[in-house]
Design a binder for this molecule. Structure first.
Ligand code: GLC
Ligand code: CA
Length: 552
């Protein structure tokens, strides 16, 4: 298998708004990240993915870009960005930018001009349909953020398409000028020296031809919008014109993509993307088609999904391993136990992330076991939660009915500020007003406390990262399931010609006896409890125990 730096990437995701506020306006900023660069480096990670920092009205927290070549003033200046890039590079940390080009902001000059008149050179940058006399929507498409995906524009008597908020008009990729603009944006950042892109909802850029209605029985609108007929052509064009000239990394966000889709999008011979984020592991707690519901993680499903992706892609393509990001709830609250076994289960999840096949992504705060947060509806900041709550209240649902699902799944959970210490606002900001609520558990859960505790989740992350770096088979080796005969357990091995490592994970708060042939020939390399004795072929796993063993 070809080796490359991006396959060896261990990524730390930074959500700048909530990382560190250096100028006390209540919003995290680039200077704040620079101030913490040595902390970031101390984790042992080698790549940062930076959520959008471009100029934006922040209707969707920066995923609505008004100027792709400027930094939002709340985050600082281009000089700050250049300094961050330089300081990261000095520490051998690469930076991936978030490229959001399925849509832009309605405040981007392309759109402010496009909506004035059909004659504007920018009009065809967007997807329009005549309103006609009936004023009916062009089809039944709905937005990911509730309500129809069409908004009326009186100046031209047309509807424009928006898969997300009405302040995020979709770009018309059928127009070659749009494709050229995107390539120009990528060139701009690559010329500055950035190391690649996380490509926002890139699977959605080619629209279903003829804009047909969504069939009634569709559960997943992402899967319906995904994979338009010209997607591969558009990506190959970007590769040929831009990416092929740089040694950079790309990871596409692809809601609805299957492992077979990934072979086409990220096949090593295909010249499109290198890797993607699929959503199948984020669906293992789904009970119904409802997005906001209190879920329950199925470990058998998780095992099956991870193994299927490995088996389909290994040797031909590359995968990503993540348990959360800025769109998902906190991993320890969802996949672990954020109460009694918070420390044990967060370490178990760290073990999972850093021993799986696929580039690992750690989201800020995950390394100290930050948890979901309680919000009252008036404290919501996320447009998706706000719109959904408003819509459902209008339909007659009560707050009591709606809150559990929103608090379980809502995006604001991961967006509460990084907890640095036990001082005011968790050390995130000295402002009296932070842009979003601080999780009240910060006096106990923070970086400062974790640094001082040798048994902390933070130190465990450092060990797990170091282990991944020390054993290249954790990056390149193939992966096989180990049958442990229990629905709450997940075992797998990684191996190549020289070495074999076993990973045993318990997702359960009880004790779990296991029997495993060859266990007595193993030596523990990492675990979240004092190392067990491995003299026999049986063992009783402790609550949320994680073990990485070397087989002799
Ligand atoms: C992606 C982003 C999400 C954003 C959406 C629209 O899913 O991760 O935060 O709201 O795209 O840009
Ligand atoms: Ca600030």
């Amino acid at each position: 298998m070809n080796k490359s730096w991006w396959k060896e990437a261990i990524v730390y995701q930074i959500y700048p708004r909530s990382f560190n506020d250096a100028n006390a306006d209540g919003i995290g900023d680039l200077r704040g990240i620079i101030d913490k660069i040595d902390y970031i480096a101390s984790l042992g990670i080698n790549t940062i993915w930076l959520n959008p920092v471009y100029e934006s009205p922040f209707d969707d927290m920066g995923y609505d870009i008004a100027d792709y070549k400027n930094i939002a003033s709340c985050f600082g200046s281009m000089a700050d960005f250049d300094e961050l890039l330089e300081k990261a590079h000095q520490r051998d940390i690469r930076i991936l930018m978030d490229l959001v080009v399925n849509h832009c902001s309605d405040e981007h000059h392309w759109f402010t001009e496009a909506k004035q008149s059909k004659q504007s050179p920018y009009h065809d940058y967007f997807v329009w349909r005549d309103a006609g006399e009936s004023r009916e929507h062009p089809n039944n498409w709905i937005s990911f953020f509730s309500g129809p995906a069409w908004e009326y524009n009186p100046q031209t008597d047309e509807y424009y398409l928006h898969y997300f908020s009405k302040k995020q008009p979709d770009l018309n990729w059928e127009n070659p000028n749009v494709r050229e603009e995107v390539q120009g944006i990528m060139e701009f950042w690559l010329a500055k020296g950035v190391d690649g892109f996380r490509m926002d909802v890139i699977g959605l850029i080619s629209k279903p031809p003829g804009l047909p209605d969504i069939p009634e029985d569709t559960h997943d609108i992402g899967a319906f919008y995904n994979n338009g007929p010209r997607l591969h052509e558009f990506l190959q064009d970007i590769h040929a014109k831009v990416l092929s000239r740089y040694d950079c990394m790309t990871v596409g966000e692809c809601p609805g993509a299957t492992a077979e889709d990934a072979l086409l999008l990220c096949g090593e011979d295909r010249r499109e993307l290198q890797t993607l984020f699929h959503f199948e592991a984020m669906d293992v707690d789904k009970r119904s088609a409802e997005h906001y519901e209190v879920g329950k993680v199925s470990v058998p499903k998780l095992r099956e999904v991870m193994q299927k992706w490995h088996d389909t892609l290994y040797g031909k393509s590359w995968n990503s391993a993540y348990l959360m990001n800025h769109d998902q709830p906190r991993s320890v609250s969802r996949f672990g136990d954020d109460d009694r076994y918070r420390i044990e289960s967060a370490k178990m999840l760290a073990t999972f992330q850093l021993t799986q096949w696929g580039t690992p992504y750690i989201y800020q705060g995950e390394e100290i076991g930050m948890t979901n947060c309680h919000f009252e509806p008036q404290e919501f900041r996320d447009i998706q939660m706000i719109n959904y709550y408003r819509e459902q209240r209008e339909l007659g649902k009560s707050k009591e009915e709606l809150l559990p699902g929103l608090l379980y799944k809502g995006r604001d959970n991961s967006r509460t500020p990084m907890q640095w210490d036990s001082s005011k606002n968790a050390g995130f900001s000295s402002s009296d007003n932070t842009w979003i609520k601080i999780n009240p558990n910060y006096p106990a859960i923070n970086v400062d406390a974790a640094e001082r505790d040798p048994e902390s989740i933070l130190h465990y992350y450092r060990s797990a990262i170091a282990l991944r770096k020390a054993h290249p088979i954790l990056t390149y080796g193939r992966q096989e399931l180990i049958e442990l005969g229990d629905d709450a357990l997940y075992g797998y091995l990684r191996k190549d010609e020289q070495e074999e490592l076993w990973v045993i994970l318990s997702f359960d708060a009880g004790e779990k006896p296991i029997r495993l042939k060859g266990l007595n020939q193993c030596q523990p390399l990492l675990g979240n409890y004092p190392a067990p004795s491995l003299k026999e072929e049986q063992l009783t796993l402790r609550p949320y125990e994680a073990l990485v063993l070397k087989r002799h």
